[in-house]
Design a protein around this ligand. Structure first.
Ligand code: HEC
Length: 292
């Protein structure tokens, strides 16, 4: 079965794109995700095969595992929902987990890709000069009609929001996806979240201190799965600590956000306006925010 299915993956044609144009047009917020998927569809059927094949315990060669990893790398260049990169990473982990250390080492050249989508446009340096922004001061610079969409999009990454948040399909997945901001929040809420992140923290994303049996303690975002507990440290480039659930003595939420304060203090008023307009548009250059 593995041999036959690997052959289907290797000899795949172009992805079959469903006829979802009407669905994409229904809602300017969520529809954008659907439209990006239609414009840049990943090999969805073969990704499904790869997931099912992770259950097969016989019939594997190193080349067949290589085919799977390459497929997932290619799929990550296509567009999907916010959880898509995480699903791909899970499928990859299932395959890597079934291999010996030696086999994993020989696929290390292709198995380390970051599946989170990265911007394909040029990032501009922050001009400044910055200041210590307060919510009241920031609210005085709301002439979003004058805002520059591309500059705001660039600032989303240069002020490092994109390291933790996804917006319009781009960025990381440590914090919530911000694409639906226009449907949920006003700009005062958003500015408060940026300037004073610890004022209001949802327990889904809060920072926790985890005490372990060996007397050590770890701080970060806690994800429990099966009998394993993963603790993701605040530095989003660092690897999580994974321990068996039985090692955990106590978990308590800390009254601080994982989101660092002061991220926008390098921006001048026009830059803050551009970033805010980008956020309040949900990453959509055709938004009413820009006076269109
Ligand atoms: C180190 C990771 C990190 C960075 C960098 C970061 N955030 Fe966050 N952000 C989070 C997390 C985690 C949460 C959810 C927990 C909380 O509210 O503190 C959050 C919450 C938010 C919220 C509230 C969302 C809601 O649903 O209530 C907004 C708005 C936000 N961030 C915007 C931004 C912007 C804009 C930037 C860049 C200037 C940014 N964040 C940078 C991690 C980050």
């Amino acid at each position: 079965m593995v041999e036959k299915t690997i052959a289907l993956i290797e000899n795949r044609g172009a992805p079959e794109v469903p006829d979802w144009t009407e669905i994409a047009a229904r809602n300017p917020g969520y529809g954008g995700t659907v439209q990006r998927f239609l414009d840049n569809s990943p090999p969805a059927r073969e990704v499904y095969y790869a997931m099912m094949l992770s259950n097969a315990s016989k019939g594997w060669t190193l080349d067949r595992r290589r085919t799977i990893i390459k497929l997932l790398n290619e799929a990550s260049k296509g567009a999907g929902g916010a959880s898509f990169p995480g699903f791909l990473a899970n499928i990859r982990d299932l395959h890597l987990g079934a291999m010996s250390n030696e086999q994993r080492a020989s696929l290390a050249d292709i198995s380390g890709e970051n599946f989170n989508p990265v911007p394909d446009f040029e990032l501009r340096p922050i001009a400044g000069p910055g200041r210590s922004w307060t919510v009241d001061e920031a609210l005085k610079h709301r002439n979003y009609r004058k805002a520059d969409f591309e500059n705001g999009r660039s600032l989303f990454f240069t002020t490092s929001c994109g390291a933790c948040h996804r917006l319009a399909g781009l960025g990381g997945d440590i914090g919530p996806d911000l694409t639906s901001i226009p449907n949920k929040f006003d700009d005062e809420y958003v500015l408060t979240a940026i300037i004073d992140p610890s004022r209001d923290i949802s327990d889904q994303y809060g920072m926790f201190e985890v005490k372990l049996k060996d007397g050590s303690s770890k701080t970060g975002l806690v994800v429990e799965a099966g009998d394993k507990v993963s603790i993701y440290p605040p530095d989003h480039t660092a690897e999580p600590t994974v321990v068996p659930a039985s090692e955990v003595v106590e978990t308590k939420q800390l009254p601080v956000s994982q989101m660092p304060p002061g991220l926008i203090n390098g921006l001048n008023p026009e830059e803050l306006r551009d970033l805010m307009a980008y956020l309040m548009s949900g990453g959509n250059s055709q938004s009413k925010i820009y006076g269109k």
